[in-house]
Design a protein around this ligand. Structure first.
Ligand code: KG4
Ligand code: ZN
Length: 334
């Protein structure tokens, strides 16, 4: 009998210290995410050096804990996969160095993973039987991207944001409404109490051909509205702002799926956790005969399960690994 193949995944590109153990390419054995959000909330955003130091403190203990949860010992690990970009250089260095050190010590291969590709692999973990092609909307704190997934490992970029990412705009508007960083989940709950039609905020780039997005102007529109109407219900502002974000994301991603003659739209990244986006996309894409799939919320926001899945695929299906000289790439693209 073949010995099982275990991948240890490590993710430290921003403010989540995350580890996971995957068996073969898609069987998730254990998944642990330690969020530093509380450390950064009083600064209104992630402070890179604070994040790096905390990754450094927590990572060794999280690795020990995840092996225990998976029921394997360190000597059973067959591959180490760690995010090498995009992200903050200090936090990336911590996870990457830790991963390379472990692989070197264990005498097993090491593979660096592109965080954006990792988000796509959250879908593979969730639905391993659903092979590409499909359209993927990666919508997170740092990115808003539409990409055709021709096969795993083969991507065609179709559109992206020209300024702020959707999650970035959500976090900034959340801050205007007095919500601590990261504001997405709380803004989501606040919006559920409000009227999405109370204020008609702009739908940026709605009529522009192509599949690019823009969220900076919308964020400014909310700021001006708040200055003019300081006593307007926060719930209504949250719901109306989110409605505008959701409307544009839904319209463009459905249009792109149709334009590229695809039948499936996969939505991943932290903002894919948004309840209004999930609900609206299911209804609107359903009417067009498009299947919409979202990973469970815990696999939408940053995690190491998706990093392990992308690493295991590239190693086992494509025969890839990286030299120990691999350096972080903060601006890595898909
Ligand atoms: O993918 P992710 O965890 O990290 C990045 O790669 O950026 O995404 C984080 C983003 C943050 O902007 C956060 O506010 C947002 O995802 N987010 C949400 C929700 N949960 C997290 N946005 C809207 N609704 C949510 N429920
Ligand atoms: Zn992410």
């Amino acid at each position: 009998m073949n010995t099982p193949f275990y991948t240890l995944g490590i993710e430290t590109s921003c403010d989540e210290t995350a580890v996971a153990v995957l068996k073969e390419e898609t069987k998730l054995l254990a998944n642990l995410v330690y969020s530093q959000a509380k450390l950064h909330s009083r600064y209104g955003g992630v402070v890179p050096e604070v994040a790096s130091r905390d990754h450094l403190r927590k990572l060794p203990y999280l690795v020990r804990e995840i092996l225990e949860q998976a029921g394997i010992s360190i000597g059973d690990v067959s591959l180490v996969a760690a995010t090498y970009g995009p992200g903050l250089v200090g936090p990336l260095l911590v996870g990457l160095s830790h991963g390379k050190g472990l692989a070197f010590g264990l005498g097993v291969p090491f593979i660096g993973v592109n965080h954006l590709e990792g988000h796509i692999f959250a879908h593979r973990l969730n639905a391993p039987e659903m092979e590409p092609p499909f359209m993927a909307l990666i919508v997170s704190g740092g990115h808003t991207i539409l990409v055709v997934v021709k096969q795993y490992g083969r991507y065609q970029l179709v559109g992206s944001t020209v300024d702020d990412a959707a999650g970035e705009a959500l976090d900034k508007v959340g801050k205007m409404l007095g919500i601590d960083y990261p504001a997405g989940a709380q803004l989501d709950r606040l919006a559920q109490e409000g009227n999405p039609k109370a204020i008609r905020f702009p739908r940026p780039m709605e009529g522009t051909p192509g599949f690019n997005f823009s969220f900076a102007g919308l964020k400014t529109a909310v700021l001006y509205h708040l200055r003019k109407h300081p006593s307007e219900k926060r719930e209504d502002i949250a719901a109306s702002f989110l409605e505008s974000v959701v409307d544009v994301l839904a319209k463009k991603s459905i249009e792109a799926t149709r334009r590229y003659h695809l039948e499936r739209l996969v939505v991943v990244g932290g903002v894919a956790a948004n309840s209004r986006l999930r609900q609206q996309l299911l209804v609107r894409a359903g009417k067009r005969g498009i299947d919409v799939l979202f990973p469970p919320i815990g696999l939408c926001t940053d995690n190491a399960a998706m990093i392990a899945a992308a690493g295991a695929f590239h190693h086992l299906s494509c025969g890839e690994s990286h030299p120990f000289s691999l350096a972080p790439e903060p601006s890595l693209s898909l």
